[in-house]
Design a protein around this ligand. Sequence first.
Ligand code: C2E
Ligand code: MG
Ligand code: MG
Ligand code: MG
Length: 288
Amino acid sequence: AAKRKGRDTLAMFEQGLDREARERRELESDLRDAVTRGQLRLHYQPVINLDDGGITGYEALLRWHHPRRGLIGPNDFLPIAEETGLILPIGGWVIRQALAEISRWKGDFRIAINLSPTQVRSPHLIALVAQALHSNSIAPERVEFEITEHVLMVESETGNDTLARLRELGTRIALDDFGTGYSSLGYLRQALFDRIKIDRKFVVGIEDDLNAQAIVSSITRLAEAMGMQTTAEGIENRSQLDLLRKLGCQEAQGFLICEPAPGDAFATPEALEASMTGKGSDVLDYRK
Ligand code: C2E
Ligand code: MG
Ligand code: MG
Ligand code: MG
């Protein structure tokens, strides 16, 4: 009986694998048409300055409105896009769309755009960025590209070269999810970054975690000594916010301040006021 049960479990396991593989193939073929069918959208999440609570920028975050599955987040389809090379047309769309959208908004702010390893390795990236800046009349200093350490690990020569050329163009570079990957201080030594984004992992539970506090405080001091700014990701409550400020972090983003939302929410001063009221209101209270 035990043997039979084992066989049944194995059969179920194999069926499960089949289903997963089938779903993945389906998703992959749907993703091929997602750009041309207009199913991709950008949401934006405000980033605030911890001195006065003012908005300094927005991070563009990709969403896929799938006709049958509904809203799909980037973690559930970007790995497929990255493996299949679809990230190039998708990532190109993100850059053009973000710059076109924000060129219509009122106000003085930065836009942060995430780049994947394949994009950074692409020989067409620089021309694409230059063209998108030009056709939307956006000053390059307003654009900050976010990359993770993976980018530098995979192929560091090309990666460094692209980052250097993006900076020549005048755009900024942030090191995203700092402290999660194979964090090597060697990456910082090359001084390619304008900003370090401290991963949410260090923010979760930081109120009661002296080690996390020590880590964050050394990251902010290291950044300052190297002329970089720091942004804390994933702020969900007031005590985290106060602590991050006390530990020397300059900027923050997170659900406490505002969740990512479609661009309409931030495009005009009236919409912006309405979007930030209630959600981040206690945060904005100390804006004097
Ligand atoms: P990320 O760049 O580190 O972005 C921050 C993620 O944390 C976003 O998830 C955001 O919605 C989420 N987040 C923000 N505040 C909070 C908070 O207070 N609590 C919690 N629990 N989460 C918070 P999202 O939108 O699902 O994006 C996931 C990742 O997908 C991003 O991580 C980024 O690496 C990647 N990604 C998103 N859009 C793009 C894109 O256009 N291109 C590329 N290459 N990657 C992208
Ligand atoms: Mg990011
Ligand atoms: Mg991040
Ligand atoms: Mg992160």
